[in-house]
Design a protein around this ligand. Structure first.
Ligand code: GLA
Length: 420
């Protein structure tokens, strides 16, 4: 698009935010001051480009799988990756859609070989990545790997791909890699909007369809330019295993809701469910917000050793179905009053996913109004409780009220059946 393109994006953000609570105006000011907007033209923001996608045919629904970072950090080896693949199958998780097995940072030697190729770390990945990919593929799963749009990755224990993009993309394709997470550490100071597309082009030329995950931490609002560049983009810096960290990432990610779509998703970082830092209810909120937000569902726990509670949360088929719904529209926080929030978004078949979240310290009742959700006010609505796995006996008109525990949620699918 021409220079109007940037302005259209700004107007859209304004339109979305004026409906929201006051605090968001700070965000708006930050955005308006951002170079992304000033130079929107140059990086191709606009209606035309916003609708175009990375043409690799991937990510029609948000990716699902596992990533090594949240639980293992740098302490990974091929045994852990293989056992994780085994566990994804034996627990039934792979059948539910968790198919990506993603190796994060620290898998390579610090030095490239004499031809400039990345070398898997000899002490921890002695069989090499190709053999790991063959193993993972033999289980019906896909293998993901990690690199960086800089000279070294964030751990500084291995090289990044800056200046080696084509060579590394070819290496990944030759190994049978299916997913690349691309980090942003130790770079040369040029903008991500310059460095990331170089890897995009390299992947497109590699001869293999590789999901491209932009891990740029939201610095330059990748939701505004990421769809042409990758299949998902981090909207936040790193999550940690606490309630505060989790809900703040949910909020930052929600800001970009209008910009997610099949083929390109907002990514508020990987799941912490099962890592032990939150209560069961808090993990249910975590999983529910990620699901309704159409976030990647990348498990970050040790799937070889999960509690019954963890399994119960991450195998909730009804919640997963909301995440994987074909319409691909990210829910928004349609109302918040103090600590009480209503998140909602449309699903296929004229249905609506609704999440009532109580962020406060006391049990409270929360009401979802049809008006806030986009359902005609007089509609009679059937409600299915996705954590109780029950269709409620009552039919609702105008609104639905539920009592919600502290740091807990209720999640429903609403289906209008007729008008009264
Ligand atoms: C960054 C990323 C994390 C993880 C680490 C690895 O912090 O945001 O998700 O990949 O690097 O070092």
């Amino acid at each position: 698009m021409g220079s109007g393109g940037g302005r259209v994006a700004v107007e859209e953000v304004v339109r979305v935010r004026v409906r929201m609570v006051g605090g968001w105006y700070c965000w708006l000011l930050v955005l308006l001051a951002s170079p992304t907007f000033t130079f929107g033209n140059r990086i191709g923001i606009g209606i035309g480009s916003r609708r175009s996608l990375l043409p690799n045919g991937l990510a029609l629904t948000p990716p699902m799988g596992w990533n090594s970072w949240n639980h293992f950090n740098c302490k990974i080896d091929e045994k852990i990756i293989k056992e994780t693949a085994d566990a994804l199958v034996s627990t039934g998780l792979s059948k539910l859609g968790y198919t990506y097995v993603n190796i994060d940072d620290c898998w390579a030697e610090i030095a490239r070989d004499d031809k400039g190729n990345l070398v898997p770390k000899k002490t921890t990945f002695p069989s090499g990545i190709k053999s790991l990919a063959d193993y993972v593929h033999s289980k019906g799963l896909k293998l993901g790997i990690y690199s960086d749009a800089g000279y070294f990755t964030c751990s500084k224990t291995m090289p990044g791909s800056l200046g080696h993009e084509e060579q590394d993309a070819k290496t990944f394709a030759s190994w049978g890699i299916d997913y690349l997470k691309y980090d942003n550490c130790n770079n040369d100071g040029t903008k991500p909007t310059v460095r990331y597309p170089i890897m995009t082009r390299a992947l497109m030329k590699s001869g293999r369809d590789i999901f491209f995950s932009l891990c740029e931490w939201g610095d330059m609002h990748p939701a505004l330019w990421g769809a042409k560049v990758g299949n998902s983009w981090r909207t936040t810096n790193d999550i940690s295993d606490t309630w505060e960290s989790m809900v703040s990432r949910a909020d930052m990610n929600e800001f970009y809701a209008d910009l997610a779509r099949p083929g390109g998703w907002n990514d508020p970082d990987m799941l912490e469910v099962g890592n032990g830092g939150m209560t069961k209810d808090e993990y249910i909120v975590h999983f529910s917000i990620w699901a309704i937000s159409k976030a990647p569902l990348l498990l970050g726990c040790d799937v070889r050793n999960m509690t019954k509670e963890t399994v119960e949360i991450i195998t909730n088929k009804e919640v997963i179905a909301v995440n994987q719904d074909g319409l691909g529209v990210q829910a928004k926080k349609v109302r918040s009053e103090g600590d009480q929030e209503i998140w909602a978004g449309p699903l296929t078949g004229y249905r609506f996913a609704v999440l009532l979240v109580n962020r406060g310290p006391l049990r409270n009742s929360i009401t979802a109004e049809w008006d806030d959700i986009g359902i005609p006010p007089k509609s009679i609505v059937k409600a299915r409780d996705l954590w109780e796995h029950k269709t409620l006996n009552t039919q609702f008109v105008g609104n639905l009220t539920a009592s919600v525990d502290s740091h807990a949620c209720k999640m429903y699918i609403l289906k209008p059946v007729s008008s009264s």
